[in-house]
Design a protein around this ligand. Structure first.
Ligand code: UT7
Length: 335
C-alpha cells in the first residue's frame, strides 16, 4: 500500500546558550524557580543575524542530507512558524525554498502556534498521497526569544530558538506496518489564553487623509495556569484517543514525542495516561519551549542518538495557541 515515509530528519540550534542563572542577572527570578516550575535550565538564543528562515535552512539541509534528497526533487516546502522572518509575507517557506535551490517546489507557511508542526506533517502527508511523485520538506523554525518581553518573568523564561525538519516521500510500506492515526483539534473560544498582538485588529487608517495607523507588534501574553491545565488535559486525551483508534494500550507505545513546553506538564500527562515519565522524550531542560520547532527537533535528536528505530510504535503530540492541538500514532518512519 502506498504510504508516506519520513526519509530524513535534521535540526539546528543557535550557538548561544542562555542559562537561568544568566537570565536571573536581569530578571527577578532564579534557576531554582524556573527549573522547579518548568524543568528548564537553559535555552538557545538566535544570533542577531539569525532568523526563522536561516535556522530553517540549516535544519532542512541536514534533513535533505540524511534523506539523500536533491533540491530539485523537493516539490513543496511546508513551514510551521509563529515567528516568521516577516510579520505576514513573504512566507518564510519561500525564503527557505529559494536558499535551498528547490526550484521545482511550491512553498507556504502554516500557523497553528506550537501545534504547527503536527498540523504541517498531516497536511504534507495528505499532499504527498495526492502528489506521490515528489519529496516534500516539513520544517518548524522559531525565534521565540524575539516574541516575548524579557522583562516579563512569567512568560519569557519558558522560550528558546531553534529549528527541526523532515523530508517526506511516498513509498510502498512493507507488510506489517500498522495503520496510521492522527487527530487535530481547536477550541477558538480559548484564543485569549496565548496571544501576540500586531495583526489586523488595529485601528483602521483614517481616510481620506488623516494619520496612517502604525501597526505595533506586541509581545506574547499568556495565562500560564490555564494553558497548563488545558495542555495536561489535551495531551492525555490525544494519547488515549490515538491508542483507542489503533486498538492498543498506551503501554505498547515505545515512546511519546510531545511538544516540549514544560516538563511538569509531561509528568502530569504521564501520570494520567499511566506511563512512566521515561517513556516521554525530554529535551526541554536545555532548549526551553521552541514552539513549532520542538517536535521535529526531538525527532531528529532521537534518530541521531539511535534511540528512535524503524518499527518503533510512537505517538507525536502538541498543543498551543488557538487553542489548538494535534497528534499522530505511527510506526516509525511511516505515516
Ligand atoms: O507552548 C505552550 C506555551 N505555554 C505553556 O506551556 C505554559 C504553561 N504554563 C506553565 O508552564 C506555568 O503556568 C508557568 C511555568 C508559566 C508558571 O507556573 P505557575 O506554577 O502556574 O506559576 P504562577 O503563574 O501561578 O505564579 C506563581 C508565583 C507568582 O507569585 P505570587 O503571585 O504567588 O507571589 C508569580 O509572580 O510565581 C511568580 N513567578 C515567578 N517567580 C520567579 C512567575 N514567574 C516567575 C519567575 N520567577 N520566572
Amino acid at each position: 500500500m502506498l504510504r508516506v515515509r519520513i526519509a530524513g530528519t535534521g535540526s539546528y540550534l543557535p550557538e548561544r546558550v542562555v542559562t537561568n542563572d544568566e537570565v536571573a542577572k536581569w530578571l527577578d527570578t532564579s534557576d531554582e524557580w524556573i527549573f522547579s516550575h518548568s524543568g528548564i535550565h537553559a535555552r538557545h538564543w538566535a544570533a542577531p543575524e539569525e532568523t526563522s528562515s536561516t535556522m530553517g535552512i540549516k535544519a532542512c539541509e541536514a534533513a535533505m542530507a540524511s534523506a539523500g534528497a536533491r533540491p530539485e526533487e523537493i516539490g513543496m516546502v511546508f513551514c510551521a512558524t509563529s515567528s516568521p522572518d516577516f510579520g505576514t509575507f513573504p512566507a518564510t517557506a519561500s525564503l527557505i525554498q529559494a536558499a535551498l535551490g528547490c526550484r521545482n517546489a511550491g512553498a507556504f507557511d502554516l500557523s497553528a502556534a506550537c501545534s504547527g508542526f503536527v498540523y504541517a506533517l498531516e497536511t504534507a502527508r495528505c499532499w504527498l498521497l495526492a502528489h506521490p511523485g515528489m519529496k516534500v520538506l516539513v520544517v518548524g523554525s522559531e525565534v521565540m526569544t524575539r516574541t516575548v518581553d524579557w522583562n516579563d518573568r512569567t512568560v519569557s523564561i519558558l522560550f528558546g530558538d531553534g529549528a527541526g525538519a523532515v523530508v517526506l516521500e511516498a513509498a510502498e510500506a512493507p507488510a506489517g506496518v500498522r495503520e496510521y492515526h492522527s487527530l487535530h483539534g481547536s477550541d477558538g473560544d480559548g484564543w485569549q489564553a496565548i496571544l501576540r498582538e500586531g495583526g489586523s485588529r488595529v485601528e483602521p487608517p483614517k481616510v481620506p487623509v488623516g494619520e496612517i495607523a502604525m501597526q505595533p507588534v506586541g509581545f506574547m501574553k499568556m495565562n500560564g495556569r490555564s494553558v497548563f491545565n488545558f495542555a495536561v488535559k489535551k495531551l492525555d486525551e490525544i494519547i488515549r484517543k490515538l491508542c483507542e483508534r489503533a486498538s492498543i494500550a498506551p503501554e505498547e507505545l515505545t515512546r511519546v514525542y510531545a511538544h516540549q513546553a514544560n516538563a511538569r506538564i509531561l509528568e502530569a500527562v504521564a501520570k494520567r495516561v499511566g506511563l512512566p515519565i521515561g517513556r516521554f522524550y525530554m529535551s526541554i531542560a536545555e532548549t526551553g519551549n521552541m514552539s513549532a520547532a520542538s517536535v521535529p527537533f526531538i525527532l531528529d535528536h532521537a534518530v541521531r542518538s539511535g534511540e528512535l528505530k524503524d518499527g518503533d510504535l510512537i505517538a507525536l503530540s502538541a498543543f498551543g495557541a488557538g487553542l489548538s492541538w494535534g497528534g499522530a500514532l505511527t510506526v516509525w518512519p511511516w505515516l
